[in-house]
Design a binder for this molecule. Structure first.
Ligand code: NAP
Length: 477
């Protein structure tokens, strides 16, 4: 497929391309251009023009275009879900809802933008009795939307939909591993009426072209979802131009199971929460803290549930566990499992490749001092189980990480659940399910090294706009 720059479908100016592979089979699917600096700068210049036009359109016109795009996405859900499944190994039963949610997100922002009100100040300050002061939300300008591979369609829509609804032009930079479905969605946005210079999409390795976006004085904000390492790098590069930076980063979320929990719900929540998207979810439970009195029974039942999972072609409706995004990603998971075993963990099951990109679901019994129980985020179907005795101990282990995205607490005692939730250093706590949950309106995001800012229909329009005060002096005289 070709990039989208200034209303044209473009190859890279030097003709270089990158292959996109089917993650499950490693077969070649297509190429995308490897954008050059010249290409990215042309996209930025076009977006700057586009921002002026788009920001001056009435919000009802922008919202109508976005709603049309959402309808078109819905009408092509099956095709888009198939494309997503093929390029990333996501099982089709998870690809379909991802596409559906992306359309809902677009509609959500379109609707919210129609009602993005300013404020009017009171005259409680002596001397302001005759003034009227009101505020309006105005667009930022050009917003770069950099998205990850794991929920490419959904997470990218949280970015461009909010930015566009708020009146900004966007430059989308999808993941190089699986850019194709996002490119098909960008095509739909153009078809729905988003002008060619308002939405640009550039492809290419983030390590090659990312800094051009982060450092550009013509880009007003970067909204990024991805790893903590890349997020930190972007923040450093963006600091020179003081642009806004929104970062949705990695996690090593705790899942705390108390002995009074509904046992079957607790095990199912652990296994299902972890294997969703083959373990490649930012907010999936990644550390399983189980009260020692039920730990052995928990492990036994988790092994049974893992053994019953259906692995296979992502396109088969019956498949419950698909492939990882790439052979490199599977190798990383294997290295992390081996490292944990070398640190003294007991391998209960798994720990092997099924193919180059399929990794067997794995259960490890670990201790709080191991890397996997602290700051090592494992992006695969791996369940490290840590025993604990007291509530205080569980909270201490849960918080002993640089991350703080979401958490899950499983107990029938609602007072205990809320008490523990209040002490967890993270952006969201799910009670009686794993933290692998995201409502599209929810202010989703992390504390500590899991990010800066919150993303969701309820909050992002504030971040994608700037408030201007209009001061009418002595107007009431
Ligand atoms: P990643 O390697 O950080 O890549 C994310 C995006 O950043 C990709 O588009 C990538 O492009 C681009 N990029 C790479 N280097 C860059 C640079 N120097 N400047 C600008 N952009 C650059 O992350 P990933 O492997 O795709 O995603 C997995 C990570 O994302 C995990 O840590 C996960 O927890 C996190 N995540 C967080 C959330 C959340 O909401 N908090 C949600 C989903 C995922 P290339 O593909 O070309 O390298």
């Amino acid at each position: 497929m070709k990039m989208f720059i200034n209303g044209e479908r473009r190859e890279a100016s030097d003709g270089r391309t990158i292959d996109v592979l089917n993650s499950a089979t490693l077969e070649f699917i297509d190429t995308v251009p490897a954008a050059t600096e010249k290409d990215v700068n042309e996209a930025i210049a076009a977006a700057k023009e586009g921002a002026r036009y788009w920001g001056s359109l009435p919000v009802y016109e922008r919202s109508a275009i976005l709603n049309k795009a959402a309808d078109l996405i819905d009408s092509r859900r099956e095709e888009l879900a198939g494309s997503l499944s093929i390029e990333m190994g996501k099982i089709i039963s998870e690809a379909r809802p991802e596409v559906r949610v992306a359309a809902q997100i677009i509609r959500g922002f379109a609707e919210k933008a129609n009602h993005l009100y300013g404020q009017t100040m009171t005259d409680y300050q002596v001397g302001t009795e005759h003034d009227i002061i009101f505020t309006r939300h105005e667009p930022l300008g050009v917003v770069a939307c950099i998205s990850p591979f794991n929920y490419p369609v959904e997470l990218c829509s949280q970015k461009y939909a909010a930015a566009l609804a708020a009146g900004n032009a966007v430059i989308i930079k999808p993941s190089t591993d699986n850019p194709l479905t996002v490119m098909k969605v960008a095509e739909i946005l153009w078809e729905a009426g988003v002008p060619g210079n308002v939405l640009q999409l550039v492809t290419g390795a983030g390590s090659d072209i990312g800094d051009i976006l982060s450092e550009s004085p013509d880009i007003a904000a970067i909204t990024f979802t991805g790893s903590t390492a890349v997020g930190k790098h972007i923040a450093e590069k963006a600091a020179g131009t003081l642009k806004r930076v929104f970062l949705e980063l990695g996690g090593n979320d705790p899942y705390i199971v108390f002995e009074d929990a509904d046992f079957e719900l607790a095990v199912t929540g652990a296994v299902r929460g972890r294997v969703q998207n083959a373990g490649q979810t930012c907010c999936s439970p990644k550390r399983f803290l189980v009260q020692n009195s039920i730990k052995d029974a928990f492990i036994k039942r988790a092994v049974e549930q893992i053994g019953a999972l259906v692995m296979g072609s992502p396109l088969d409706d019956k498949t419950e566990l698909g492939s990882l995004i790439s052979a490199k990603a599977a190798k990383t998971v294997d290295e992390q499992v081996k490292l944990t075993i070398s640190q003294g963990a007991k391998l209960i099951c798994g720990g092997t490749f099924i193919s180059e990109t399929y990794y067997a679901p794995t259960i490890l019994e670990v201790t709080p001092s191991m890397d996997i129980a602290k700051d090592m985020e494992c992006f695969g179907p791996v369940i490290p189980i840590i025993g604990f005795d007291t509530e205080e101990e569980a909270i201490a282990i849960a918080n002993q990480t640089m991350y703080g995205l979401q958490a899950g607490v499983i107990t029938k005692d609602i007072n205990k659940a809320i008490r523990v939730a209040a002490k967890l250093e993270c952006g969201g706590v799910v009670i009686n399910q794993s933290g692998n949950y995201r409502h599209l309106d929810q202010p989703f995001g992390g504390r500590k090294m899991s990010g800066i800012g919150r993303e969701g229909v309820s909050v992002t329009l504030d971040e994608m706009t700037q408030v201007k005060s209009y001061i009418l002096r002595n107007i009431l005289e």
